[in-house]
Ligand binder design. Structure first.
Ligand code: 2P0
Length: 369
């Protein structure tokens, strides 16, 4: 078990620095889904995701000495330039839980500004991008203060570990391409504590693979992820589900390695349906699809039967539909979306995305010059 507790990471009280860090971190779409957890944010099965490029969170943390030395976290939080008390309370409790890992957080006054690239309340879960952006900022701060995370692999591993403590899916957003979170004998170096990149195991064909997100319904989800994961504890199908993920992971790794878009799409769809089936069989049961979600799924299946093109769908824990397809068929697919699918979306809303290059530290001097 890895333990990042480090009481030595304290600043010289007579010389507290002033500065800032900025990270842009993307969301991700799980193909093999994480649903069910135990202990402190540990997954009940491995999950595998593609990192997105366009759906991201930008986060700036400005730090300076605290005016009065008092225990606890002292921070201000703005979301899209507006104070946001609900997010602020969430970040304070997250940072408090991280004090054994980053004890210097208690020595600083923090001013955090954050914003998402995707429309506010579009129904896109932002916990993966926002929590990974915060984790990356904290690791950069540690490195600036103590020079302890100069090595890229060590930096990424710690960022993924810390992101996981904020939101499980955020652990996977640290890496470009595709990432796997959860210990499995099938991937060397895999862990329940942090995600690892698939790197060269991902076939070239997936480098520009698309995920167009059709926004069927914006706004808050009717069941939070926390509650959804919790319902798995009593779900009668949970043990079968966890057992099934071993075989699914084996098959998924094989199609990713081969560049097999049909095989990949079939697994993505089966996993999306399974996730919703698990929610429908929870107590209380949840029905998170909308009639328009089903209408889109039906259209996608008809399109595939007619054209033989590898267009598939995925779903998150909500009604929006992710359309998955390779670059080669983008012109046909976009025409199909425009003519047949956008009418099922709220105000015709769609976010075009694709497999991304991972988070990026933003150098404000360069940006501003
Ligand atoms: C996933 N989801 O693998 C699954 C599939 C949604 C559907 O992980 O409680 O926000 O913060 O660890 O990561 C969403 O749950 O949950 C999620 P927490 P998270 O992406």
């Amino acid at each position: 078990m890895i333990d990042y507790t480090n009481s030595k990471l304290l600043l010289d009280a007579s010389n507290i620095p002033v500065g800032e860090v900025v990270w842009r971190s993307p969301s991700n779409l799980a193909i093999l889904k994480y649903w069910g957890k135990h202990g402190i944010q540990l997954p009940n099965n491995p999950s595998l995701s593609m990192t997105l490029q366009n759906a991201y969170t930008d986060t700036v943390i400005k730090y300076s000495p605290k005016e009065d030395y008092a225990r606890g976290i002292d921070l201000d939080f703005h979301f899209h330039a507006e104070p946001n008390e609900a997010f602020k309370a969430k970040i304070i409790s997250y940072f408090e839980s991280l004090l054994p890992i980053f004890p210097f957080l208690e020595q600083l006054k923090l001013d955090i500004h954050s914003g998402n690239s995707f429309p506010h309340s579009s129904g896109i879960a932002s916990s993966a991008s926002s929590m990974s952006a915060l984790a990356l900022c904290l690791c950069t701060m540690e490195d600036q203060f103590f020079g302890t995370l100069e090595e890229d692999t060590a930096f990424d591993q710690k960022a993924s570990y810390v992101a996981r403590l904020g939101s499980g899916s955020a652990s996977r957003s640290i890496f470009p391409g595709m990432a796997l979170w959860g210990q499995t004998g099938q991937v060397e170096g895999s862990s329940d504590y942090y995600a690892v990149p698939l790197g060269d195991r991902m076939h070239e064909g997936f480098k520009n693979y698309h995920d167009d997100i059709l926004i069927v319904q914006s706004g808050e989800k009717s069941v939070s992820s926390r509650a959804g994961h919790g319902l798995m504890d009593e779900n009668p199908y949970a043990p079968t589900r966890y057992e099934q993920t071993k075989k699914t992971l084996h098959n998924l790794l094989a199609v990713i390695d081969k560049g097999d878009f049909e095989g990949f799409g079939k697994i993505a769809e089966a996993e999306a349906m399974t996730l919703h089936a698990l929610m429908m069989t929870s107590n209380p049961p949840y029905l998170l699809m909308d009639p328009n979600t089903l209408a889109i799924i039906k259209k996608v299946r008809e399109y595939r039967a007619e054209t033989k093109q590898p267009l598939y769908f995925s779903l998150d824990a909500g009604p929006n539909v992710h359309l998955l397809y390779p670059e080669e068929i983008i012109h046909d697919v976009r025409l199909f979306i425009e003519e047949e699918l956008l009418s099922f979306c709220e105000e015709g809303m769609m976010i075009s995305d694709w497999v991304g290059e991972g988070p990026e530290e933003i150098d404000l001097e360069v940006e501003g010059s």
